[in-house]
Design a protein around this ligand. Structure first.
Ligand SMILES: NC(=O)c1ccc[n+]([C@@H]2O[C@H](COP(=O)([O-])OP(=O)(O)OC[C@H]3O[C@@H](n4cnc5c(N)ncnc54)[C@H](OP(=O)(O)O)[C@@H]3O)[C@@H](O)[C@H]2O)c1
Length: 259
């Protein structure tokens, strides 16, 4: 039994992707647009959003530049979606920043920026759409977290906690929103080859392309999954490792990541 209502048909589904200008968000936007969805594209890099827009019929996309650190910009973007499309069916919060960080080079200001983008940003987006979803008793919210949120990984001193927070947030949302008919999707990718991971100087096991990540996300939405994690060969292994004693967990993580 899927935990969410499966989405059998994406045609004319109104989707808002925050973080659509590159990587996983961009690839997911293309996948959904090809399936006939209408996609509102948000991020800071307006030019990149227009490049996506130019590849599809005019009425299929909206370009809504927005910085997730700016609550008013998020609210204005949502207002524009309602003006043009009446309502929103699915919010996909993909935006995020990743900066490798270890305790020896702990940088508080960078950590605050990571928490603001990866934790406060999705909360602000949810706060914006939820009142309407709750009145309507429909809609869906998907948040891209990460397998780095399952348990501590090296070099993720601020990123890991931000993603752990979002896993917990999605679980909380699910309890409250499921009875109201609102779908919640917790999306946890493993390593994906994007701008964010391009400078990683360590081995990234089971690395996949952003197009493959988008396929997993779209299939998860279609099947009504709550826990959309991928690639399974890596995410399932991490899920297993986290139930083991820490001595075993730390040993394997160091061996796998070769750090
Ligand atoms: N790549 C991986 O291995 C991996 C693994 C697990 C989870 N993830 C997660 O997947 C998501 C997408 O990452 P990615 O790998 O695709 O990286 P990416 O190519 O760098 O994409 C990040 C996206 O977030 C947007 N963004 C960042 N800060 C923003 C802000 N202040 N306001 C609005 N948009 C902002 C960027 O747009 P602008 O710069 O144009 O604003 C861009 O569209 C992130 O949440 C990341 O943590 C990635």
């Amino acid at each position: 039994m899927p935990l969410n209502q499966p989405i059998n048909n994406f045609i004319n589904k109104r989707v808002w992707i925050i973080g659509a200008s590159s990587g996983i968000g961009e690839a997911t936007a293309h996948s959904l647009l090809k399936l006939g969805a209408k996609v509102a594209l948000s991020a800071r890099k307006t030019e990149e959003l227009h490049k996506i827009q130019s590849q599809y019929p005019e009425d299929q996309t909206l370009v809504l530049p927005c910085d997730v650190l700016d609550d008013a910009a998020i609210e204005n973007s949502y207002k524009t979606i309602k003006e043009f499309w009446g309502d929103l069916d699915l919010l996909l919060y993909v935006a995020g920043i990743y900066e490798p960080m270890r305790a020896e080079e702990f940088n508080l200001s960078a950590a605050k920026n990571i928490i603001a983008t990866n934790v406060i940003g999705p909360m602000a987006a949810c706060a914006t759409v939820l009142p309407d979803f709750i009145i309507r008793q429909s809609g869906g919210i998907g948040i891209v977290s990460s397998v780095a949120g399952y348990s501590g990984l090296p070099k993720a001193l601020a990123y890991g906690p931000s993603k752990a927070a979002m896993i917990n947030f999605c679980e909380n949302l699910y309890y409250d929103l499921k009875p109201l008919g609102i779908n919640v999707y917790m999306i946890n990718p493993g390593f994906v080859a994007t701008r964010a991971t391009a400078n990683n100087d360590f081995y990234m096991p089971a690395l996949i392309s952003s197009e493959a990540a988008a396929d997993y996300i779209v299939n998860g939405l279609r099947d009504g999954e709550f826990d959309i994690h991928f690639p399974k060969r890596f995410s399932l292994f991490l899920k297993f490792l986290r139930i083991l004693p820490y001595s075993v967990y730390f040993f394997f993580i160091k061996r796998i990541l070769k750090i």
